[in-house]
Design a protein. Structure first.
Lengths: 309, 254
């Protein structure tokens, strides 16, 4: 549409210039230009009316016409493609049940506790530092992110950031803006592995505003759920230490500073005491899921990746 | 002469070119904020009937999913609306201004939009209060939708919407078989430029999607001191101003 608009403007300008260059007298020129401009204007008006129709179609799509099952279709198809690039990691392991409980606990405090089939959380067998929140609350975390997670609260922090994207509809906003395929393409091509512009921490790659909102909202969701919001800072620091980066181009360098400021507002600027039971059940759940060998492999990948950066 | 030469025709051309340019620009960057808020923003008025568009929907005693669960709605369940609850100011990424495309295209004015939606701009509601078996209950506004929209929740319509969402995208091949029709029957999904793994996803959802997460995981929350079992009350503005930035917070906390 943009290209067509540009072509139309160019055509109109050329028509006017061409008309002027062929004039012999001022009167002739006046009539010729009037005629050319009228003609060009009519053409543009007709084309603009066509564009109006296109815009109307798009607005019709956007206005109040995306229901829960529509969102599920979007999310399902995206997520299936995402899994096509890297499979689920040990989908039968009990850790997945635990992950579901932690994620659901965080989501229940949000403004989007339910979706068409309910929110679903999974680990994807990919060493990249990515996570993804698909429409309808299908949330996937790459195995690589788990290396920055050492407790239930930190796992909740990763999930909270993604749930915030879902709650604030950043994913459907990407659909509306036509960016979804670009993001998905980048994820599948694993651009993070060559140090380019995709998130290398835990998100799909929304814009900077979305990322900062998800950080703030993620901390709030942790606070409402009863988890330690400071855990999100710890995860970011762990990723920075392991990866030497806070993420792709969409993350400001001051991300942890901004997050800490927000934590002060929500009364969580110092680490809270975490009940032993939460740490104990995390250790039990993760047992046999990420093996020591896996951890070493992930660390090697992270090291190699940070050296490339 | 000047007026004859450059007056109406030129002004018209410039005006038209401006319209075209403006429109093209808006197509490129503008729909986001408008789009975000226009999705799911058809809030009902008291007395209207709204329909559950989710497979199952827990109903609560208060406008939070951490409150007592007092019922369960099935897909297609109809409810008389009592009112709206859980009011919040949408974060910056979802806000509308008078210069947003929804207005700039002349489709609506701010006042018209307010009149149509029955609410102030940039305000949303997380919960809808409904009548359930003669009692008041709260349902998530993410699942309750108008009867008109509910009728569109079909296999064909989801497919059409998914395809239309391609507009303005990278234009790469994207061949989709939607995954369900109304009633939740899953059909499977596929995308042309990637080998989608719909089967793994189907199994994942079948195993983990919980129709009743509030009840199913209550013990987990209780043992961990989480959710409704967490004694620390969160500031009220977390609910009313999600993801507010520091400038907004300063105003809120004055």
């Amino acid at each position: 549409m943009r290209r067509r608009a540009g072509q139309l403007c160019l055509a109109a300008a050329l028509a006017a210039v061409a008309s002027l260059s062929g004039c012999k007298t001022m009167e002739d020129a006046t009539e010729t230009v009037k005629s050319s401009l009228d003609s060009a204007s009519e053409t543009l008006d007709a084309s603009f009316a066509e564009m109006d129709k296109d815009i109307q179609d798009e607005l019709d799509f956007l206005e109040q016409r995306i229901g829960p099952s529509d969102e599920y279709v979007f999310g399902y198809n995206w997520a299936a493609t995402f899994l096509g690039a890297a499979p689920l990691y040990k989908p039968g392991h009990p850790f997945n049940d635990y992950l579901q409980k932690v994620g659901t606990t965080v989501a229940l405090g949000s403004h989007a506790p339910y979706s068409y089939k309910g929110l679903v959380f999974a680990i994807r067998n990919d060493d990249g530092f990515n996570a993804a929140a698909f429409p309808s609350g299908i949330i996937m975390i790459n195995l690589g992110v788990l290396q920055a997670v050492h407790s239930e609260d930190e796992l909740a922090a990763v999930l909270a950031h993604e749930i915030a994207h879902h709650e604030l509809r950043h994913n459907m906003l990407s659909v509306a803006q036509g960016k979804s395929l670009t993001i998905l393409d980048a994820l599948i091509k694993d651009e993070s592995q060559d140090g380019s512009d995709l998130m290398e921490t835990m998100t799909l790659g929304y814009n900077r505003q979305h990322e900062l909102e998800a950080d703030r909202r993620g901390a709030e969701l942790l606070r409402m759920a009863g988890y330690d919001p400071y855990a999100l800072v710890r995860v970011l620091e762990a990723l920075e230490n392991k990866k030497g980066s806070l993420g792709g181009r969409n993350y400001p360098k001051a991300r942890p500073v901004l997050l800490r400021k927000h934590l002060r507002f929500i009364g969580a600027d110092t680490p809270a005491d975490i009940p032993d039971i939460r740490n104990a059940r995390f250790q039990r759940a993760v047992e046999g899921f990420v093996k020591p060998g896996d951890e070493a492999r992930i660390a090697e990948t992270a090291e190699a990746s940070s050296q490339r950066d | 002469m000047w007026r004859v030469w450059w007056g109406r025709p030129t002004a018209r051309l410039f005006s038209t070119a401006l319209k075209v340019g403006l429109t093209a620009g808006l197509c490129t960057v503008g729909f986001g904020a408008a789009a975000a808020q226009m999705i799911y923003t058809h809030y009902p008025k008291p007395g209207e009937t709204f329909v559950n568009g989710c497979l199952t929907l827990p109903l609560h005693a208060a406008p939070t999913a951490l409150s007592k669960q007092i019922g369960m709605a099935e897909l297609g369940g109809r409810f008389e609306v009592i009112g709206l609850a859980g009011e919040y100011v949408v974060p910056e990424s979802m806000r509308l201004s008078d210069s947003d495309p929804i207005y700039a295209t002349g489709k609506q004015t701010s006042h018209e939009a307010t009149a149509q939606t029955g609410r102030e701009k940039n305000v949303a509601y997380a919960w809808i209060e409904v009548r359930h078996k003669g009692e008041a209950a709260f349902a998530s506004s993410r699942c309750l939708i108008g009867p008109g929209l509910y009728e569109q929740q079909t296999f064909e319509d989801a497919n059409r919407k998914f395809k239309s969402a391609r507009m303005g995208s990278t234009g790469k091949g994207f061949n989709v078989r939607p995954v369900l029709g109304r009633g939740g029957k899953e059909i499977g999904g596929n995308m042309a430029h990637a080998d989608a793994d719909a089967e793994s996803l189907r199994r994942l959802i079948q195993r983990h999607a919980t129709s009743d997460p509030h009840e199913a995981f209550a013990g987990f929350r209780m043992r961990g001191g989480l959710g409704e079992f967490n004694a620390r009350a969160a500031p009220e503005w977390i609910l009313t101003n999600p993801a507010a930035d520091k400038h907004e917070l300063r105003e809120l906390l004055k």
